[in-house]
Write a protein that binds this ligand. Structure first.
Ligand SMILES: *Cc1c(COP(=O)(O)O)cnc(C)c1O
Length: 386
C-alpha cells in the first residue's frame, strides 16, 4: 500500500502513479553533479537503460537528458538528418504529426504515410513507400497515445532491412518503453526515444534515448554540424560515456533528483525478467478490453493486433462527450484523459493502465477504474436521457 496522501488514482497515459520508493528517492540531500556519489548513480542508471532496451551491444549509446519526451524528436531531427533529407513518418495518430513537425523544424522533408483513425499503415504500403523513394530515416510511433494503436516494430524493421537496409529505424517509444516488448539489438533498431513519466513510472522531466552504432556513424558522417546546441550528440555522448565509466563530466547540469528517481525505478524494473513485466501489462490489458466490450463500448484501435497493452482509447456512446463522463470518474476517485486526436477528440476517452498500477495488483487500481467507468457511463447516459 502507498504512504502517499490520499488522491484520485491517476490513470491517464502518463504521467502515471508513482511507487513510494521512486518518489522518496527524490528527497535526496543536495549533492554536486560531479561528486562521486552522484556520478555512480548516473553511471548505473545509464547501464540499466541498456537493460531496459534489452541491449548488450557496448557500441550502442544510451542518453538521459533533462527534458520531456519531445526532446527526443529534437535529438533525432538535429543529429541524424540534414537539411533537405527525406524521412518517412508512419502515422497512427497525433504524435506522428508532431514528430513530422519537429523534423521539418530542422529542415528535413517529412512524408507521412497515414492510416485511418485506429489503424496503422500496412506492411505492403510501407514496403511500397520505401521502394518509391530513398529515405534516410523512417519513424514509427510504437504506441500512439492519442489512439491506443500499437505498431509492430519488429516486422516494420524487417521490411526496412529487406527493402532499404540503410534507412535508419527511429522508434518513438514514449508510451511503450517499460510496457511493450522492445529488443533494440535483436530487432536492429537505430534509435528508441522515450520519456521518464509513462510506463517507466518516474516523474516527468527526463528524455531517455538509445542510439545504435549505425546511428552514431550516421551522425559522425554529417556534412553540416548538428542543428541544435543543447541536443547535440557531439556535446552529450562524451558526457554519457564518462558517467558510465564513473568519471565526472559536465556539459549541462543534470536533474540530479530525477536521476535518483529513475535509478530507483530502473532498479525495480531490472530486478525481475522484463518479460514478466510485459506479460503483466498484457494480462491487465486483456481484462480492460474485455470489460470495455462488456459495457457495449468499442475502441479506436478496432483490430486486436493493433491494440496497445498499457492504455485503451474508448469510443463514448453516441451523445456523450468526455465532460459528461470524466467528472463521474473523478467522483469515484479515478482520473482518465479526454480524447487527443484532433478529428475525434470529443468522442472518446483514454484509460492508462501501466506501471505500478499493474505491477502492484494489491492497489486494485484496474478493478476500481473498471467499476468507476461502468457507473460513470450509466450515470451520464441517464442524465442525458439516452
Ligand atoms: C507523451 C508522448 C510524447 C511526448 O512526450 P512529452 O514527455 O509530453 O514531451 C511523444 N510521443 C508519444 C508517443 C507520447 O505518448
Amino acid at each position: 500500500m502507498s504512504n502517499q496522501p490520499p488522491h484520485p488514482t491517476l490513470l491517464i497515459p502518463g504521467p502515471i502513479e508513482f511507487d513510494d520508493a521512486v518518489l522518496q528517492s527524490m528527497s535526496h540531500y543536495a549533492e554536486s553533479h560531479v561528486a562521486p556519489g552522484f556520478v555512480k548513480t548516473f553511471g548505473e542508471t545509464l547501464t540499466m537503460v541498456r537493460k531496459l532496451f534489452q541491449s548488450t551491444n557496448p557500441a550502442a549509446q544510451p542518453l538521459v537528458v533533462s527534458g520531456s519526451g519531445t526532446l527526443g524528436w529534437d535529438f533525432v531531427a538535429s543529429n541524424l538528418l540534414e537539411k533537405g533529407e527525406d524521412a518517412l513518418v508512419l502515422h497512427t495518430g497525433y504524435f506522428a504529426n508532431s514528430f513530422a513537425s519537429a523534423l521539418a523544424t530542422y529542415g528535413a522533408n517529412a512524408t507521412q504515410l497515414k492510416a485511418p483513425i485506429g489503424d496503422r499503415p500496412s506492411f505492403e504500403e510501407i514496403e511500397q513507400a520505401l521502394k518509391e523513394k530513398k529515405y534516410k530515416a523512417i519513424t514509427i510511433t510504437h504506441v500512439d497515445t492519442s489512439t491506443g494503436v500499437l505498431s509492430d516494430i519488429k516486422k516494420v524493421t524487417e521490411v526496412v532491412r529487406r527493402v532499404s537496409p540503410e534507412t535508419l529505424v527511429i522508434v518513438d517509444g514514449v508510451c511503450s518503453v517499460g510496457c511493450e516488448e522492445i529488443a533494440f539489438d535483436e530487432w536492429d533498431i537505430d534509435v528508441v526515444l522515450t520519456a521518464s513519466q509513462k510506463a517507466i513510472g518516474c516523474p516527468p522531466g527526463l528524455a531517455i534515448l538509445i542510439f545504435s552504432p549505425r546511428a552514431i556513424e550516421t551522425f559522425k558522417a554529417r556534412k553540416s554540424p548538428p542543428s541544435s546546441y543543447y541536443a547535440s550528440l557531439a556535446n552529450w555522448v562524451p558526457i554519457m560515456q564518462n558517467y558510465e565509466n564513473f568519471k565526472p563530466s559536465y556539459f549541462a547540469t543534470p536533474s540530479t533528483q530525477l536521476i535518483h528517481a529513475l535509478h530507483t525505478t530502473l532498479t525495480q524494473i531490472t530486478a525481475r525478467p522484463i518479460s514478466e513485466r510485459f506479460a503483466a501489462h498484457r494480462q491487465a490489458s486483456d481484462r480492460v478490453k474485455a470489460a470495455v466490450a462488456e459495457l457495449g463500448l468499442t475502441q479506436l484501435a478496432a483490430k486486436p493486433e493493433n491494440q496497445a497493452h498499457a492504455m485503451t482509447a474508448i469510443w463514448l456512446p453516441d451523445g456523450l462527450a468526455p465532460p459528461d463522463v470524466l467528472p463521474g470518474l473523478l467522483k469515484r476517485d479515478v482520473i482518465f484523459a479526454a480524447g487527443l486526436h484532433k478529428e475525434v477528440a470529443t468522442k472518446y476517452i483514454r484509460f492508462g493502465h501501466m506501471g505500478v498500477s499493474i505491477t502492484d495488483p494489491a492497489r486494485g487500481d484496474v478493478d476500481k477504474a473498471i467499476t468507476a467507468l461502468k457507473e460513470a457511463i450509466t450515470e451520464a447516459k441517464k442524465a442525458k436521457g439516452l
